[in-house]
Design a protein around this ligand. Structure first.
Ligand code: XMP
Length: 508
């Protein structure tokens, strides 16, 4: 295992992703728990993350005994400065802060730069900088703003860089990380999804024994992959409960049922709760009340069905790694509730079921790879994220069965055109929103007075921030033409060009 000690950088998770892309298993732990994590994981190497704080202003520290363990350490940005300070070097606040692209010139033959060019483009983001390096270290790369852009103590295998190798703007950053892992720390890079699958199947069997497990399916990728993996481990001890709210994309409810029943042969209770959900939403147009109504009803319905399964001891959830990383970044926990989120499986305490969470260690792209490994097709696992409250929050105002149907039809055409244009995988999320606004149009010779549909598409890496997607106009034009022609009740289509912030991705 490789341990990443997090000092609060916003891009710490990217380090973990790069490491795992290289086939090396790693975990992120906050600096406050570094000792515990070291004792438990006995890491073969350690990476120190960046931080928004400054070493000079009493920024976060760890115990210097880390450097006596005899394992390779790679310090990134703040990690470099901290390493220097703890080992007897010097850090000063930089008079010229350096942000953005920079060029480093590599000196000597350090294994960390193996296979790289003498001049490489990197991404800098720092205020402080190292001004004297500890004993035993030498400079292995310089840049204009950072004479100590990269330093190393080759003997003790300590490496540190002022820039961020984990971000894509550092062109050969992954190669540097790979060099650290393979050339320096001696990892073999054999951590893969097939190994994970085997390991996890064994772990699930050990945890569950002969107990019964319930899994709530949402129709999404995470809960589906979790269920299929658990079924592989314990077969018919697993029962899935799919609460069909009627608020999924067009035909997706049926697809889930058929995938589980026909393809995987997994016992599935299909709760047709469409009328119940639409009934509960009737007359409600406040976004937060809509979300809460759906969340609460979902739990009630799921709870009732799960209660019918005799002797269930465990509840399976598709929780992912980004949800469990103990984040110390300023963006880790929202301080104001922008929207109350709802996910499948948020069960009331009294159910007292033990949790089975086989995806807790995985990032989204790894869950997709695991899904493919388990035989799910690429189009299914590659689907855009979909919110728990479903289409209800894409119909501002009151939700009615007719509006849901209209939105499903329009949304399906939109996604179909995006797929045909080969753009689906370039987009983080694309969907239609049915507005409670009527406008005048003309079709044939007749006047129309019908609904407006908004199209939204964004690029993002984690949903926290997003840019609106720049479609070729022709694609948007085709979507509009088809939607107005084929979907009854819509006579105008508009495109949302708001980024997040200040907009959110969903409209409610
Ligand atoms: P916003 O609209 O807050 O959305 O910019 C960010 C991302 O989260 C998704 N989203 C949800 N996902 N339950 C979920 O599981 C929810 O209640 C929920 N609300 C929004 C949204 O689709 C986007 O990907």
């Amino acid at each position: 295992t490789l341990l990443i000690i997090d000092f609060g950088s916003q891009v710490t998770q990217l380090i973990a992703r790069r490491v795992r892309e290289c086939g090396v298993y790693c975990e992120i732990h906050p600096f406050t728990k570094a000792d515990e994590a070291i004792a438990r994981l006995k890491p073969k190497a350690v990476i120190l993350s960046g931080s928004p704080h400054s070493v000079i202003d009493e920024g976060p520290r760890i115990d210097a005994k880390l450097f006596d363990m005899g394992v390779p350490v790679f310090g990134i940005c703040y990690g470099e400065q901290l390493m220097c300070e703890l080992l007897g070097g010097k850090v000063e606040s930089g008079h010229d802060r350096e942000f953005g692209r920079a060029e480093i010139t590599v000196k000597g033959q350090s294994p960390i730069f193996k296979g790289l060019d003498q001049v490489e483009t990197v991404w800098m983001s720092h205020g402080d900088r190292v001004t004297a390096i500890p004993q035993g270290f030498e400079v292995i790369a310089t840049s204009e703003g950072a004479p100590y852009a990269a330093i190393a103590d080759e003997k003790r295998k300590f490496y540190a860089v002022q820039f961020h190798p984990e971000v894509v703007h550092t062109k050969r950053g992954t190669d540097m990380i790979r060099n650290f892992l393979f050339e320096i720390a001696g990892f073999s890079g054999d951590w893969s999804m097939s190994a994970f699958r085997e390991e996890m199947v064994a772990k699930i069997r050990a945890q569950v024994g002969t107990g019964k497990v319930i899994c709530g399916l949402s129709g999404g990728v995470d809960s589906s992959v979790a269920a299929i993996l658990i079924h592989e481990a314990i077969g018919e001890q697993l029962t899935c409960v799919f609460v069909d709210t009627g608020l999924l994309r067009k035909n997706e409810g049926e697809q889930v049922v058929s995938l589980f029943r026909n393809h995987y042969n997994i016992p599935l209770i299909h709760v047709q709760a469409q009328d119940m959900f639409l009934g509960a939403l009737a007359g409600e147009s406040d976004p937060e009340k809509k979300r809460k109504t759906i969340g609460k009803l979902f739990i009630d319905v799921f709870d009732k069905e799960a209660g019918k399964i005799d002797g269930a001891e465990f509840l399976a959830q598709g929780t992912l790694y980004p949800d469990v990383v103990e984040s110390i970044s300023p963006h880790g926990g929202p301080s104001t509730v922008i929207k109350s989120h709802h996910n499948v499986g948020g069960l009331p305490d009294y159910m007292k079921l033990k949790l089975v969470e086989p995806l807790r260690e995985l990032f989204k792209d790894e869950v997709r790879a695991l899904g493919r490994e388990l035989g799910l097709d690429a189009a299914f696992v590659g689907r855009h994220p979909f919110p728990g409250p479903g289409l209800a929050i894409r119909i501002p105002g009151e939700v009615t069965p007719e509006k849901v149907k209209t939105l499903q039809d329009a949304d399906a055409i939109y996604l179909d055109e995006i797929r045909k244009a080969g753009l689906y995988n370039d987009i983080w999320q694309a969907f239609a929103v049915l507005l409670p606004v009527k406008t005048v149009g003309v079709m044939g010779d007749a006047r129309t007075y019908e609904d407006v549909l908004a199209l939204r598409a964004v690029t993002s890496s984690d949903g926290m921030t997003a840019d609106f997607y720049e479609f070729p106009w022709a694609v948007l034009g085709r979507c509009a033409t088809r939607i107005v022609n084929e979907v009854r009740g819509v006579n105008r289509v508009v495109y949302d060009v708001t980024s997040k912030p200040p907009g959110t991705i969903e409209w409610e």
